[in-house]
Design a protein around this ligand. Structure first.
Ligand SMILES: Nc1ncnc2c1ncn2[C@@H]1O[C@H](COP(=O)(O)OP(=O)(O)OP(=O)(O)O)[C@@H](O)[C@H]1O
Ligand SMILES: [Mg+2]
Length: 466
């Protein structure tokens, strides 16, 4: 899908999500509408645009029913800056740890990467051409150093010192021929193993990479001056032509893009189309008045308010306004309730969607239908070993039934149960695949029962874990 998500109609967004997520229609619709509203808003004249604020969403539902999965798929669809963060990662301002503003900085950084990637793609073909040219030149110079085929004309000055008159026209023609021959050979990969000495970018100082994300920036140090987000330190390295290619193309592409304008555009994109998925919100919704971690939980909620409401956060790419960023919050809320959130925060998440818990027939579909369905994943993995597995329809029924049974008798972990069951079902094949003689394995209701029946019985009747 090449359309940016904002140009998809709500129906199209839902149908894209349908390829990965079974059921949960309300949540899909709510997300789709929220995204479409931003597209509508951007069509308005600038003067009216500012008055229309995003309608932030709160997704509520038990564990393992697809909340995070919806966000993950949205991220792939949205060619908009997108980040997913866990509310539990933050600590109140003043405490040691990440403050909530860091999510805006992360969004800005993700936006920079997005815009940078787009621009790099635009200039890539030209960069490739220039890189090839550079490699040809280097190879040619090296060959000439070893076995020069045409000496430039040497004459003698009046006082007897030799001087070069430079290349004659014929030499230039020869050189061009030589180089186009090298270029042809290069395209046929004939020079791949030749060693070149080139200057390549060394990623910025690892010291700063370790400390930047949570430390330096938070401490108010301008990391821009310490370690540029666009690493620029060049070091000489001896590498093969094969390796040099990629790194030279990258190098040339970076020379062609303008980082200041990328950063400007990235901030605008983050402000106007950014999406932040705030997961595990229920985990910071403890009842107040307690002691210990609860004190800081409410603090985190308070810190979230201005960001969701609209404020300006300083990022290393420039100030970023948060008014129009879309927030999608999610949480299981099985211990705490949305009403345990501080009222101001509840008010800022006006659209509530309840995700349903999944039943047996949902499980049956999840096993098979999504593009990345578990049965497909295992089939593909084992295919790589030359083992072909397949599942009959009643085998899927049985797996779904077991999953439901175990969920209802022990802990309900939603669709994640399917993962544990499938893993048990296939564990031997996964281990033995390389030595296996039977290259085709067919799972039927009977084989599934034979492998898992006793286990499921033990799990549901005693304390065996699955
Ligand atoms: N409706 C669904 N359709 C397809 N797959 C699903 C669905 N629900 C869950 N899954 C699968 O189950 C796994 C867990 O789902 P997910 O991470 O979305 O849970 P969650 O709702 O975020 O739970 P938690 O509250 O524990 O974070 C994922 O790997 C996902 O592929
Ligand atoms: Mg989740």
């Amino acid at each position: 899908m090449s359309l940016p998500i904002e140009e998809l109609t709500p129906r199209q967004i839902v149908s894209e999500l349908n390829r990965y997520i079974v059921g949960q229609d309300n949540a899909k619709r709510a997300v789709a509408v929220a995204l479409r509203n931003r597209y509508r808003r951007l069509k308005l004249p600038a003067s009216e645009r500012d008055d229309i604020l995003p309608k932030n969403i709160l997704m509520i539902g038990p564990t393992g029913v697809g909340k995070t999965e919806i966000a993950r798929r949205l991220a792939q669809l949205a060619r908009a800056p997108f980040i997913k963060v866990e509310a539990t990662k933050f600590t109140e301002v003043g405490y040691v740890g990440r403050d909530v503003e860091s999510m805006i900085r992360d969004l800005a950084a993700s936006s920079v990467r997005l815009v940078e990637r787009e621009k790099m793609e635009e200039v890539w073909p030209e960069a490739e051409r220039r890189a090839i040219e550079r490699i040809v030149e280097m190879i040619d110079e090296e060959i000439q150093r070893i076995e020069p085929d045409d000496e430039p004309d040497a004459s003698e000055d009046e006082d007897g010192t030799p001087f070069f008159t430079g290349f004659r026209h014929e030499d230039l023609v020869k050189r061009a021929e030589r180089r186009s021959r090298i270029e042809r050979e290069l395209l046929e990969d004939l020079h791949d193993d030749r060693i070149l000495e080139i200057y390549v970018e060394e990623s910025s100082n690892p010291f700063f990479q370790v400390f930047t994300p949570g430390g330096m920036e938070e401490m108010g140090i301008d990391t821009n001056q310490l370690a540029s987000p666009f690493p620029s330190k060049h070091v000489a390295r001896k590498i093969t032509v094969r390796e040099a290619r990629e790194s030279l193309i990258d190098d040339e592409a970076r020379k062609m893009i303008d980082k200041a304008s990328i950063q400007r555009e990235a901030i605008t994109r983050a402000e106007q189309t950014g999406i932040i998925f705030l997961d595990e919100l229920d985990k910071v919704a403890g009842k107040s008045g307690g002691s210990g971690p609860d004190v800081s939980r409410e603090g985190v909620q308070r810190d979230l308010l201005p960001i969701i409401e609209g404020s300006t956060v300083a990022t290393k790419f420039g100030p970023c306004r948060t008014d129009h960023i879309l927030f999608i919050a999610a949480g299981a809320f099985h211990i705490s309730k949305p009403s345990d959130l501080i009222p101001e925060l509840q008010g800022r998440l006006p659209i509530r969607v309840q995700l349903d818990s999944l039943n047996e027939s949902d499980f049956r579909r999840i096993l098979f239908e999504p593009k990345n369905a578990l049965t497909r994943q295992y089939t593909r993995l084992l295919e790589m070993e030359g083992v072909q597995i397949s599942f009959t329809s009643d085998a899927l029924d049985t797996i779904a039934r077991y999953a439901t049974e175990v969920n209802s008798k022990t802990e309900n972990i939603g669709a994640r149960r399917l993962h544990t069951i499938m893993e048990r079902l296939l564990e031997d094949v996964l281990f033995e695949a390389p030595e296996i003689d039977r290259k085709e394995i067919r799972y039927t209701a009977a084989t599934v029962e034979q492998r898992l029946g006793k286990l499921v019985h033990d799990v549901t009747s005693s304390n065996v874990v699955l």
